[in-house]
Design a protein around this ligand. Sequence first.
Ligand code: AMP
Length: 210
Amino acid sequence: MELNLVMLGPPGAGKGTQARQLRRKWNIPHISTGAMLRDAVQAGTPLGREVAAIMEGGGLISDDVITHVVVERLAHPDTNGGFLLDGYPRTIPQAEALDRMLSGRAPLVVVEIVLSEADVVRRLASRMVCAECGANAIGEGPACHDCGGPLVPRADDREQVVLNRLKVYRDQTEPLISYYGNRSTYCRIDGARLPDDVTADIIKAVERHR
Ligand code: AMP
């Protein structure tokens, strides 16, 4: 059965880490808009050149640009059985666009991972990411768990940028909690625990709500 999942939560809540586990469980593609944009920046495509400076400062790229990227990605047949969106939507207009994209498909299941700002700042200060595959690593080293690639800090995890990303989250993304909150498919998960415990809770909640 088609499973269309959205991960919500502040930067550092564990959306990417959880999505990497969950895609294996349900065999659906993990679609991270942040990872797609970082790839575009690295490859120097026109999209990458357009968004590089905004990403570096922790701001959001325009709703139209990112929605176009997602429309194209969701048209790919590998999403026929569902998908796991990580990092989109981040604004109300994006959420409205996603609802339009999904008309006629299975209803969205929204998973909010809850983490305090103090925990976010602490986590991102020590986060490393794999330069090869993009996997997150906190308190590991020196090589990636998944592929053995080298671990490096993420350019937008510098403290000043993290504070800006948190402000952007509060102002632009947090309103999505009310946008989705009263849907019967909304799940709230405590993210301040070991990753495996968070994964187990998400699986239970999603199986109940789908
Ligand atoms: P993430 O990896 O999800 O933290 O995304 C990294 C950066 O990519 C963000 O700080 C934004 O600059 C940009 N980005 C990713 N997804 C979106 C989106 N849905 N809307 C606007 N900007 C985005």
